[in-house]
Design a protein around this ligand. Structure first.
Ligand code: NAD
Length: 452
């Protein structure tokens, strides 16, 4: 039994059982049988089933959102938005089923073409910061491509995924096509990663655990999608709309209380605009409301756990020049108000490591080259923003930044229709868009001789 705790109230809200390790064998075998049925069904059946998942999610949107907020501590409006995105993701991949195909290849002596085959059984190992949304980015394309799926949510946040499993029982999926296992990553997650009947792992989590998963998966040569940590930067030039950049950059780091792989925890500002930008950023931060995530007006809930709060707090040492313009919430939850660190040394932990909490470092730069070099001075490469009115510069900087996605004059990172994933140690493979379909299929080449 794991105690699931509401991080805003510290009440125990559930005590789910850990899936016994001995059960994994039967779970994988069931998934394999279901997959063989699923892939032989007419594609219209698969399309219809995925659309019905979307409908079931929409009709249970409020229940799922309330669970996500109670479990993770995220503001209720954000939870509603995420559950809505889950439904939209299933609709998108329902539409993708009959729009994804291979190539014909010019060769001598016959017809050569490729078809895309499902991998088989896919295990989705999910993180705690966007539990259902990120799982859905993998479940939907995996099913669309004809695979079976086993999901392992993070230990602390299984509730929305367990509820999702319950509500999609009304959709007529083959028995065992979609299963959820719960428990510790090092036990249950590891067992899935080792199992020869699992063909692919879609892992979202820290870079360190991603490395462990990659090593273990090598034993059976599993296919992998790894969505890992980040240390993204917003680069703000003096010619930008500074008020808009400051407002958006506040949301880009303090959204989800900073527990976001795409969090722009570094803001790099052209030196001539540094003081003006800091004033605007501080003003926008001061308007954030830290408090009860069930209240509509709340912008930031608590951090997910006491251990995580302590880890995030460890970044703030006495050597730093820190502003904290928003009021914190009273105990008992794991509250942390936003913190702005002004011009820290470039080798400080706050500049170099993923924080995953409401702390931002604002650093000045002098030239375009300096900005690009500073943005790229990290082992990560997930996301980022460029703020400028100069279109040529926006393109030069966007192309120069070593990162999987970048927004110009915007702080968004994720769109269902567009590929999402990391450069460098932020991961490999792409989620979302049609690119995700490549990650859930093998390419088969067929040659038909015309010689006889
Ligand atoms: P984590 O690495 O601690 O855990 C992620 C998942 O892996 C959990 O389900 C956990 O139970 C499981 N796990 C742990 N050990 C395992 C093992 N040995 N074998 C198999 N599975 C194992 O990460 P977290 O703390 O849940 O999430 C936070 C991290 O996730 C941050 O670093 C964040 O940047 C990253 N993240 C990345 C993305 C992205 O899309 N790039 C999105 C969200 C979060």
């Amino acid at each position: 039994m794991t105690q699931i705790i509401n991080p805003a109230t510290l009440n125990v809200i559930a005590e789910p059982r850990e899936t016994p390790i001995e059960a994994i064998e039967a779970i994988v075998a069931r998934a394999q049988r279901a997959q063989r049925t699923w892939v032989r069904l007419p594609q219209s059946h698969r399309i219809d089933a995925l659309r019905r998942v979307a409908v079931a999610v929409r009709s249970n949107l409020e229940d799922l959102a309330l669970l996500e907020t109670a479990n993770v501590g995220k503001p209720i409006g954000d939870s509603r938005g995420e559950v809505g995105m889950v439904a939209d993701t299933f609709d998108y991949y329902a539409g993708a089923v009959d729009k994804y195909y291979g190539n014909t290849i010019p060769v001598d002596g016959g017809l050569d073409f490729t078809v895309r085959e499902p991998i088989g059984v896919v295990a989705v190992i999910a993180p705690w910061n966007f539990p259902l949304a990120i799982a859905s980015w993998n479940i939907a394309p995996a099913l669309a491509c004809g695979n079976a799926v086993i999901v392992k949510p993070a230990e602390m946040t299984p509730l929305s995924i367990l509820k999702f499993e319950e509500i999609i029982r009304e959709v007529d999926l083959p028995d065992g096509l979609f299963q959820v296992v719960t428990g510790r990553g090092s036990v249950v997650g590891q067992a899935l990663t080792e199992h020869p009947g699992v063909g692919k792992i879609s892992f979202t989590g820290s870079t360190e655990t991603g490395q462990t998963v990659m090593r273990t998966a090598a034993g059976t040569m599993k296919r992998l999608t790894l969505e890992l940590g980040g240390k993204s930067a917003s680069v703000v030039f003096a010619d930008a709309d500074l008020a808009l950049a400051a407002q958006a950059s506040t949301g880009a780091v303090f959204g989800n209380s900073g527990q976001d792989c795409c969090a722009r925890s570094r803001v790099l500002v052209e030196r001539s605009a540094y003081d003006d930008f800091v004033a605007l950023f501080s003003e926008a931060t001061g308007r954030l409301v830290v408090g009860d995530p069930m209240n509509e007006g709340t912008s930031m809930g608590p951090l997910v756990s006491a251990a995580h709060l302590a880890k995030v707090g460890s970044f703030l040492d006495g050597s730093l020049n820190i502003l904290s313009p928003a009021a914190n919430q009273e105990a008992p939850g794991h509250w942390m108000a936003p913190h702005i660190v002004l011009d820290p040394p470039r080798d400080h932990r706050v500049v170099r490591e993923e924080i995953f909490g409401p702390i931002v470092a604002i650093l000045p730069f002098d030239t375009e080259e300096d900005a690009i070099a500073l943005a790229n001075d990290t082992i990560f490469g997930l996301s980022g923003s460029v703020w400028t009115r100069d279109i040529g510069r926006s393109l030069r900087v966007a192309r120069g930044m070593e990162t999987g996605s970048i927004s110009v004059n915007s702080s968004t990172s994720v769109r269902i229709q567009a590929p999402f994933g990391g450069f460098k140690q932020s991961g490999m493979g792409r989620e979302l868009g049609m690119a995700a379909m490549d990650g859930y299929t093998e390419t088969k080449n067929i040659f038909i001789s015309t010689a006889i």
